[in-house]
Design a protein. Structure first.
Length: 64
């Protein structure tokens, strides 16, 4: 599942995000969602989240 819909994302789920510094390369970072930072229900580049380790990026995929 991709991370474009806010309704699919909640605190505590495991996701792959792309950090701002990795947007060109597309390198993914795995982690657990702490906070959802995007207010809108949909974002074409992925919902922005903060991971439990403090890193911020846009969700590219949700790990089941």
């Amino acid at each position: 599942m991709d991370g474009k819909n806010r309704s699919d994302i909640e605190a505590g789920i495991e996701v792959n995000i792309v950090l701002k510094k990795d947007q060109r390369s597309g390198a993914l970072t795995e982690g657990v969602v702490k906070d959802i930072l995007t207010n809108s229900s949909f974002h074409p580049h992925g919902i922005k989240v903060r991971l439990e380790d403090g890193q911020v990026g846009r969700v590219k995929e949700i790990i089941d």
